[in-house]
Design a protein around this ligand. Structure first.
Ligand SMILES: Cc1cc2nc3c(=O)[nH]c(=O)nc-3n(C[C@H](O)[C@H](O)[C@H](O)COP(=O)(O)OP(=O)(O)OC[C@H]3O[C@@H](n4cnc5c(N)ncnc54)[C@H](O)[C@@H]3O)c2cc1C
Length: 101
């Protein structure tokens, strides 16, 4: 399947971007390898409505928000490289190749 956008990283930034694009009815793929930089943190602060929650909980809440959008897809994998193919971008993971326009 060819996506309008492939987002590398399923942290708060990637999930937020996917939500905005998904709500615009665009076909989006998030690829994440579960290595958030705040993974040693027990409590996250300063993010309104989510103060004191663990980063993991915030991620799970974010993923739940996306679940109702069938045009937002989530994949656990590592992106190894992205190449410009002129009419699309080829995103290479350990297992597969994905395309984004
Ligand atoms: C110790 C510590 C404490 C922090 N505490 C707070 C806090 O209290 N409040 C706060 O607002 N912020 C805090 N931060 C900052 C916090 O890290 C960010 O707010 C938040 O994680 C940013 O989200 P992000 O989506 O940009 O990055 P991340 O959460 O790091 O997500 C990036 C994602 O991209 C994935 N990824 C990267 N490269 C690839 C690849 N090649 N292929 C596939 N996936 C990939 C990673 O696995 C990761 O899941 C803290 C940071 C640290 C280090």
């Amino acid at each position: 399947m060819r996506y309008v956008c492939i987002i590398v990283g399923g942290g708060p930034a990637g999930l937020s971007a996917a939500l905005v694009l998904g709500r615009a009815k665009l076909n989006v793929l998030i690829i994440d390898n579960k290595n958030p930089r705040n993974q040693i943190t027990h409590e996250s602060h300063g993010f309104i409505t989510n103060d004191s929650l663990s980063p993991l909980t915030i991620r799970e809440k974010g993923k739940n928000d996306l679940a109702k959008y069938q045009n937002i897809h989530y994949l656990e994998n590592t992106v190894e490289g992205i190449t410009d193919q002129e009419t699309y971008f080829a995103v290479k993971t350990v297992k597969n190749l994905y395309e984004a326009t």
